[in-house]
Design a protein around this ligand. Structure first.
Ligand code: ATP
Length: 417
């Protein structure tokens, strides 16, 4: 079964609203194992709308539209569809009565414009809209051998979403004789590697076909492998997802930091909590971003003690006891400075771990030996202090963000040792 989504409204085309309906509908259809092949947006223009219905129905078995069901003259969806189907518009009595009743409660009377919303293409099924006036309309076309379905939904998300979930979707599943399938999506999150390093290792997985597939997505400082598993029952879908997750974990080992809603900062938090350890941060070029990420996690006060933003050399020297000769001979961006900062913050805050970041966020300040993006990260623990360096790419903010995330990952790996 091929489905397409047609978003109707000039507002979408001119950028006044974000088309959240197509996203919502796609997600719901995916959950129900209905494949969406295309999204189209078209303005409130009867001719272009007719063409859009025609083209979509040539390709798809099910077309779901949103918008243009309102009472005003510029709401033309129903008329365009009726004209495309070559059907008459007929008054749908129950809709008329339901709307009249709603209006009466609010002390208003039916008028000519609202009456327009009670007309539907002959032979349609109509679903009342509990949050608004325009009903949803489901209609069938096509030949005996190849049935096609069209569902019209109102545009406002607060009307469309409940109407679709509670009424239209169950009806679609029934009319289209779609067996309810279980669908599980699981995101396996990998840190410390980039997409081009991950992809070759999962080549075979990326080629898999439904009901079990894997997609790869690059995110700032991490790579997400998204498993999609369909089966007739929940248990089967879960089994499929678990099998692939285990395979991925085996390939990437500790680079996998979590699944689904887990973040690097929550994964680090869990580890620190589990081990009963605390940490403190000393940040230069990230200006507090590492501390900010750590404190995003509720309950982080259990393990995050605090930090120092040691931006100026004087602060590195006076607050973190980095020796003047290190700052002069090795520089503020150096292995030695990072190490001294991490060790010092660990001692000063009486933490189990001290993490320090010093680097060149740019855009200026780079040299041949120390280019923009070069960042030293030190992790000082009870047993040892390790220093890492890496060149991060992008604009100043990207460098700061990936440096902070990289530090979280280095700390995580150190905690796993
Ligand atoms: P109404 O009965 O309110 O006129 P309608 O079915 O005619 O509803 P539209 O006129 O197309 O729908 O849109 C009404 C409002 O719904 C828009 O102003 C917008 O706020 C919202 N809306 C419409 N389409 C979308 C969409 N694709 N994504 C998000 N919001 C939308």
């Amino acid at each position: 079964l091929k489905a397409e989504i047609l978003s109707i409204g000039t507002e979408i085309l001119v950028g006044s609203i974000l088309n959240t309906n197509s996203r919502f509908l796609s997600a719901k259809l995916a959950e129900n194992a209905i494949d969406v092949y295309r999204h189209t947006s078209v303005g409130d223009n009867p001719e272009r709308l007719k063409t859009a219905f025609k083209e979509a129905l040539e390709r798809a078995d099910l077309v779901i539209s949103s918008g243009g069901l309102g009472p005003t003259e510029d709401d033309v969806t129903v008329r365009a569809l009726a004209s495309f189907l070559g059907r008459k518009l007929v008054l749908h009595r129950p809709t008329y009565e339901a709307i009249a009743k709603k209006l009466k409660v609010r002390g208003r009377r039916m008028n000519r414009l609202i009456t327009r919303q009670c007309f539907v293409p002959q032979g349609s099924r109509v679903l009342q809209n509990d949050r608004g006036t325009a009903p949803a309309i489901l209609t069938r076309t096509g030949t005996q051998g190849q049935r096609k379905w069209i569902l019209l939904l109102p545009g406002p998300p607060r009307e469309l979403e409940p109407l679709f979930t509670q009424k239209a979707l169950p009806l679609l599943l029934h009319c289209l004789k779609i067996k309810r399938q279980a669908f599980v999506i699981r995101s396996v999150r990998i840190a410390g590697l980039v997409e081009v390093e991950v992809a070759p290792k999962v080549k075979a997985l990326l080629k898999m076909k439904p009901p079990l597939t894997v997609g790869i997505y690059a995110k700032p400082g991490e790579v997400e492998l998204k498993i999609m598993s369909k089966a007739s029952g929940k248990a089967g879908a879960l089994r499929g997802a678990a099998r692939l997750e285990a395979l991925i974990r085996k390939k990437f080992g500790s680079a996998v930091y979590g699944v689904d809603g887990e973040t690097l900062q929550s994964a680090v938090g869990k580890l620190l909590k589990k081990r009963g350890r605390t940490i403190a941060a000393a940040e230069s070029c990230t200006g507090g971003r590492l501390s900010s990420l750590l404190t995003e996690v509720p309950g982080s006060s259990d393990y995050f003690l605090g930090g120092v933003i040691a931006y100026h050399n004087r602060v590195k020297r006076d607050l973190l006891s980095v020796r003047q000769d290190i700052l002069e001979k090795r520089g503020a961006v150096s292995e030695e400075t990072a190490k001294a900062m991490a060790k010092s913050v660990r001692v000063k805050f009486k933490a189990d771990f001290g993490v320090a970041i010093t680097g060149i966020a740019g855009p200026s300040g780079g040299t041949q030996r120390k280019p923009v993006g070069l960042v030293y990260t030190a992790v000082a623990g009870p047993k040892r202090t390790r220093v890492f360096h890496k060149i991060h790419f992008g604009a100043r903010r990207d460098i700061q963000e990936s440096a902070a995330r990289n530090a979280l990952n280095l700390l995580r790996l150190e905690l796993l040792k």
